[in-house]
Write a protein that binds this ligand. Structure first.
Ligand SMILES: CCCCCCCCCC(=O)SCCNC(=O)CCNC(=O)[C@H](O)C(C)(C)COP(=O)(O)OP(=O)(O)OC[C@H]1O[C@@H](n2cnc3c(N)ncnc32)[C@H](O)[C@@H]1OP(=O)(O)O
Length: 208
């Protein structure tokens, strides 16, 4: 699998991706997603003056109105695709890959202010979200057939701080028939923040 940092996964026919339509705003989508992520972080941390809130509301409502006219079926959707840098989405923080292979994915991630739970710690629900994505990538990588998460067990070992570069590891542990067991861990320096075990089930034909 060819992959660099947050540039998106390319070159793996397993993902069965149709070409990105360059004429539909795709080249600027990663930058737009980055700007929206920064907006979420800044907005979360701000006490904005009423005039600014009023103006933001006006502009966002205008964008919503325009976007309603450009909704497409899921098969044509660009946001969230694995071959788009940062997946051009704001749900999961951007993952930077340091090393990947058929059975592992290592890298770094940073949760912004948007993910704040309390006292500088990442909201607990955001951590399984990250693990599902990381473990799912390992499960569905390596040329394996598509799978879906059956369960995801997360242990919170210490506070996961926002605004800090964190290191993650995910690895394929074993396979029993259609069952794939994948594990992951998230570290702040040498401190284990959280670890996860996921069961992914290979989909039968027609299940995808
Ligand atoms: C794009 C970038 C990359 C991102 C990747 C992200 C990946 C994200 C993946 C997801 O988040 S998928 C969305 C969340 N998951 C779901 O919505 C799954 C909903 N559940 C299902 O669709 C079905 O339950 C499932 C496909 C998982 C399994 O149903 P099946 O009817 O195909 O299988 P079955 O129930 O026969 O179970 C197969 C085996 O798994 C076992 N099993 C299933 N669910 C289990 C469970 N929860 N706990 C323990 N064992 C379980 C089951 O006992 C059995 O074991 P044995 O073969 O030994 O008999």
């Amino acid at each position: 699998m060819a992959e660099t940092s947050d540039q998106g996964v390319t070159g793996d026919p397993h993902w069965n991706l149709t070409p990105l339509p360059a004429d539909r705003g795709a080249p600027d989508l990663p930058r737009l997603a980055e700007a929206l992520r920064e907006f979420n972080d800044l907005m979360t941390g701000a006490v904005a003056p009423p005039d600014l809130v009023k103006e933001m509301l006006r502009q966002v409502e205008a964008f919503n109105s325009e976007l309603r006219a450009h909704q497409v079926p899921e098969r044509d959707q660009i946001i969230g695709r694995i071959d788009v840098p940062g997946r051009a989405q704001g749900l999961i923080p951007v993952v930077h890959t340091d090393s990947s292979g058929p059975d592992h994915l290592h890298g770094r991630v940073r949760f912004g202010r948007y993910y704040l739970g309390r006292n500088g710690a990442v909201y607990g629900g955001a951590i399984p979200l990250l693990f599902d994505s990381l473990l799912g990538r390992v499960s569905n990588g390596g040329g394996r057939l598509p799978s879906r998460t059956a369960y995801l067990h997360v242990d919170y070992r210490s506070i996961t701080p926002i605004g800090t570069d964190l290191r993650f590891e995910a690895r394929f542990v074993r396979e029993e028939g259609r069952k794939r067991f994948i594990e992951g861990a998230l570290y702040n320096g040498d401190t284990l923040c959280a670890e996860a075990e996921g069961l992914f089930i290979t989909l039968r034909p027609g299940q995808a």
